[in-house]
Ligand binder design. Structure first.
Ligand code: ATP
Length: 133
């Protein structure tokens, strides 16, 4: 069976460089399942889990927005930040989630709620990827 390459790149450098049988990404318009040979396309990503299937194993990566570029033999993700489940610092993510929740509750006039909601979404995404959900 054919495979495709998957590269996930952030400003800190490459996070994933591997081969996949199937990739499932959460784009702005919903889940996208990608098999080798997929037509070329580009889509914006949501904050979500990207799943990389190879044989019997699945690697789950917390991806925080950015873009996915699909070509028949290679898929590239460009994101501001991304972490594989094994590199997630769960204590940091839980702290970030509770900090964002407190800030939302405090309802300060000068708070930027859109930014705080994005902070919370990133933290919850890291927690669910770490927990394998
Ligand atoms: P925090 O408030 O904890 O800094 P953040 O959502 O603001 O989190 P980002 O701006 O998305 O963090 O990322 C900054 C850098 O820190 C990136 O390299 C990202 O991969 C890393 N990072 C953030 N949170 C975690 C975490 N819980 N575990 C591992 N790496 C993390």
């Amino acid at each position: 069976m054919s495979t495709m390459k998957i590269n996930i790149v952030t400003p800190d450098g490459p996070v994933v460089e591997s081969e996949a049988d199937m990739i499932i990404a959460v784009t702005e318009t919903g889940e996208m399942g990608i098999l080798p040979g997929h037509i070329a396309t580009v889509a914006p990503l949501q904050i979500g889990a990207l799943r990389i299937n190879k044989g019997n194993s699945t690697e789950v990566v917390a991806v925080h927005g950015g873009f996915i570029e699909v070509r028949p033999d290679v898929v590239t993700v460009l994101a501001q930040s991304a972490e594989t489940a094994s590199t997630i610092d769960i204590a940091r993510a839980k702290l970030a989630a509770s900090r964002a929740e407190e800030e939302l509750k405090a309802k300060k006039d000068d708070a930027d709620f859109n930014l705080i909601e994005l902070d919370l979404k990133r933290a919850l995404n890291r927690i669910s990827v770490f927990e394998g959900k």
